[in-house]
Design a protein around this ligand. Structure first.
Ligand code: MF3
Ligand code: CO
Ligand code: CO
Length: 265
């Protein structure tokens, strides 16, 4: 997810050609396959750096693709792993998953120059009901926004819908990070805020491709950056969850480019 910047100039949002869309479909499918591949490994006792190593090998040797996070603005690993009160950009390391943890695994691959970006939550062992509830609310935030995507709708409509749903359930929306356009670049225009006002913002057009990736906290919305300059955590140490898909705006609606096997739109 992208660190939000002030918008000073008119946004230049690229409209992908059908040839580019075809390449984005492939990149998206490969990113989804990495999540399918890693799922059975996300278990109590595994170190997040082992998850990183497994994904790195799968991406480079099986998919013949590039893990986009590695060395991106100095990020040291090939995937992001964000546990419990970590909001996003968690760096895989030696600490092991514990019974009751919730973890987001965020995968971005580059294939033939194009990026596919997707993340999901995993429940580790026996997870308390309040954490499961947060994970489910966040999943619904992603999907209620995806279902709205079609030409003519505005980005503010998506943000407002996500914010209203999350806050109606006494959760909060992280503001400092957002979804993003994606293509030849990891993070392109537009910024896709997960809060806002209906009827405002960019109007969607066929051929736009962007991520939706709400970060929802069980407590207050405020976040803090750890001294490693990557790991983002909730200020109040409350739990945080996130789900992400890469979405194409089609003539009639949308296509989820990072859909996993068995995941019904
Ligand atoms: N995959 C994240 C996103 O959804 C970005 C991670 S940047 C990294 O936009 F450097 F931390 F990998
Ligand atoms: Co993203
Ligand atoms: Co991502």
């Amino acid at each position: 997810m992208y660190y939000m910047r002030l918008q000073t100039y008119a946004m230049s949002v690229s409209i992908k050609s059908s040839a580019q869309i075809q390449k984005m479909r492939i990149a998206g499918q490969l990113a989804a396959r990495v999540l399918e591949y890693i799922s059975p490994h996300v278990q109590t006792g595994i170190a997040t750096e082992t998850l990183d190593q497994l994904c790195h090998r799968f991406i480079t040797e099986e998919l013949l693709a590039i893990p986009a996070p590695l060395n991106y603005r100095g990020f040291p690993k090939s995937i992001c792993t964000s546990i419990n009160h970590v909001v996003c950009h968690g760096i895989p390391g030696q600490s092991k998953l514990k019974d009751g943890d919730i973890i987001n695994v965020d995968i971005t691959v580059i294939k033939d120059g194009y990026h596919g970006d997707t993340s999901m939550m995993f429940l580790v062992g026996n997870v308390p009901a309040r954490a499961r509830r947060l994970v489910e609310i966040t999943h619904e935030c992603l999907w209620l926004a995806i279902r709205m995507v079609r030409p003519g709708i505005r980005l503010g409509d998506l943000g407002q819908a996500i914010q209203q749903y999350a806050e109606s359930r006494n959760c909060s929306v992280v503001r400092e990070y957002c979804g993003h356009g994606i293509g030849l670049e990891f993070h392109e225009e537009p910024q896709v805020l997960h809060y806002g006002e209906a009827g405002t913002g960019l109007q969607l057009e066929p051929g736009m491709i962007f991520t939706i990736e709400p970060m929802i906290n069980a407590g207050k919305r405020h976040v803090k950056l750890l001294p490693d300059n990557w790991t983002v955590v909730t200020r109040d140490h409350s739990l945080s969850a996130q789900w992400e898909h890469t979405i194409l705006v089609t003539d009639v609606g949308h296509e989820v480019l990072t859909l996993r096997k068995g995941e019904t739109p």
